[in-house]
Ligand binder design. Structure first.
Ligand code: GLC
Length: 543
């Protein structure tokens, strides 16, 4: 970055890393009880090495009643017994590091579990007591205090307030089991700084910050009037001081942050990525984009342009534990995927979706910056349908059953086609049912198939890791026919790309696309036809 002293390349690993998200509960079951765990992850480290990822991001593994899949943390210094022990987490972090894989953990500062010792004390203490000042407790409105203190709505639907028997209400932007912390309280800030140190001391290389733009609240807790500026709880200016102090702690350990920052306003978004704040943030505009050349190009250009002034690398994400799986999303021909309208029930064509997901993999892995993969993406898993009576995600119930929730992308992984529960490791039925088709996607079957999604990801990650031109660095668009995107990983010199430069071409339209001049075809997401790039196909070339 301009102005800062040169850093050893290894310290900048995060600028171009391929990071694999592990949803622990559904990755691999080591003890057979139906829930994924750290033993399962440790046993699968060789798989992750072979896949070729640089780091693992673990969704919360702390003690939790799992009212929101672990995003309701009861104790940050204890690993949930369903997942293992603290000693086992330490071993996992160390073993992965030995194998060249770093660990990123998930920290959830907006709220804790209602079983957290702080909330239990606050609840027991009663109205007006200092224990309540760590949260947002308020009397209700109306004659008997029966109306919530304001009109805020939970992200999962329904009011953002729950009333206790003593008459006071407490704020929860998510489920009632997730009371929001009061970030104006110094004890809250101190505690989270200690939590960061606790895990950095254990060798963690980075932290993903959950709901990073929601922590600070307008202390008056005013009603949310549409269009009100500033918003009473999204993206408040106070947040930046918090993240500056976090950054100083991370810097002392050489650790990094990735923020979950959903903000449509790109100028506001990049404020979190200033050099003394977060290193990176998830790029959701790319993920939310339908399979459309023009719109994807615009999303890529906007992303790169917004990151440039702060010198932060972009991140590319195709899916995570909160959104419909890529194969299913891209199989929705007409409209693609739109966050605002999640398109429940829109028919999907898995063949088309898979073809596009393969091309999208090569596209995202060739773009400048870091890439996040979500477990099962490398297996091309589709979104699973969960029988209504088995849905666990609180989003479903709180939306009055309108939203199917996020369980469809959280189904236990298939490892071995011919084993019970597709080799997830369980001796008893896993916590979410697996579709009957799961063995077809099993890792062992795909590993032996040169045309599989797993083989494509392995080969792409190998090339990305070992070849020049990937990860952090410049890119320049090349001319291409109207339904295609083409770029070279080189600075814009106005001349033809240098020999050996990496070129990526993606064809989104029906007519096969001609390829730019090249010396070598490195990898294609589907075979070329007569030297042309078929529809919904991507290719990597050397100039
Ligand atoms: C984030 C997580 C999501 C969780 C929510 C509340 O959006 O990704 O899974 O439900 O925060 O913690």
């Amino acid at each position: 970055m301009e102005g800062s002293p040169p850093e050893p390349a290894d310290a900048l690993w995060w600028r171009g890393a391929a990071i694999y998200q592990i949803y622990v509960r559904s990755f691999a079951d080591g003890d057979g009880d139906g829930t994924g765990d750290l033993a399962g992850v440790r046993a699968r480290l060789p798989y992750l090495v072979e896949l070729g990822v640089d780091a693992l991001w673990f969704t919360p593994w702390y003690l939790s009643p799992l009212a929101d899949g672990g995003y309701d943390v009861a104790d940050y210094r204890t690993v949930d017994p369903a997942f293992g022990t603290l000693a086992e987490a330490e071993k996992l972090i160390a073993e992965a590091r030995e194998l060249g894989i770093r660990t990123i953990i998930d920290v959830v500062p907006n709220h804790v579990s209602d079983r957290h010792v702080w909330f239990r004390a606050a609840r027991a203490a009663g109205p007006g007591r200092p224990e309540r000042a760590l949260f947002h407790f308020r009397p209700g409105r109306g004659e008997h205090g029966e109306i919530p203190p304001n009109d805020w709505v939970s992200e999962f639907g329904g009011p953002a307030w729950t009333r206790l028997d003593d008459g006071e209400w407490y704020l929860h932007l998510f489920a009632p089991e997730q009371p929001d912390l009061n970030w104006a309280h110094p004890a809250v800030r101190r505690e989270y700084e200690e939590v960061l140190r606790f895990w950095f001391e254990r060798g963690v290389a980075g932290v993903r910050i959950d709901s990073a733009a929601l922590l600070a609240k307008d202390p008056a807790l005013p009603d949310f009037t549409a269009g009100r500026d500033p918003h009473p709880y999204v993206d408040l200016d106070e947040l930046h001081a918090i993240y500056r102090s976090w950054r100083a702690i991370a810097d002392a350990y050489g650790a990094i942050f990735v923020g979950e920052v959903w903000l449509p306003d790109t100028e506001r978004f990049v404020r979190y990525l200033r050099p003394d704040e977060l290193h990176t943030a998830f790029n959701f505009s790319f993920l939310a984009c339908p399979w459309d050349a023009r719109r994807l190009r615009a999303a890529i250009e906007e992303t790169l342009a917004e990151h440039r002034p702060v010198g932060a690398p972009a991140t590319w994400v195709l899916c995570n534990h909160d959104v419909t799986r890529t194969v299913t999303r891209y199989g929705r021909e007409a409209t693609g995927f739109d966050f605002a309208a999640k398109e429940f029930g829109t028919p999907t064509d898995p063949g088309l979706g898979t073809r596009r997901a393969r091309a999208a993999a090569l596209l995202s892995l060739a773009l400048p910056g870091a890439v996040y993969l979500y477990q099962g993406e490398e297996l091309g898993l589709p979104e699973a349908e969960i029988p209504l009576d088995r849905i666990q995600d609180p989003m479903h119930a709180r939306s009055g059953g309108k939203d199917p929730g996020r369980d469809g992308c959280r189904v236990p992984l298939p490892w071995t086609a011919d084993a019970p529960y597709a080799g997830f490791g369980s001796a008893t039925a896993p916590w979410l049912p697996q579709p009957r088709s799961w063995p077809r996607y099993a890792a062992d079957r795909q590993a032996a198939d040169p045309g599989s999604m797993l083989t494509l990801y392995r080969e792409a990650l190998r090339l990305r890791r070992t070849g020049p031109g990937f990860g952090d660095g410049p890119m320049t668009w090349l001319e291409s026919h109207s339904g295609a995107l083409a770029f070279v990983r080189a600075p814009d010199t106005g001349a033809a790309p240098d020999a050996g430069a990496l070129i990526c071409v993606v064809n989104f339209s029906a007519p096969p696309a001609p390829l730019p001049p090249h010396t070598e075809v490195l990898l294609t997401s589907a075979p070329l036809t007569g030297g042309l790039l078929p529809p919904d196909t991507a290719v990597w070339l050397r100039a």
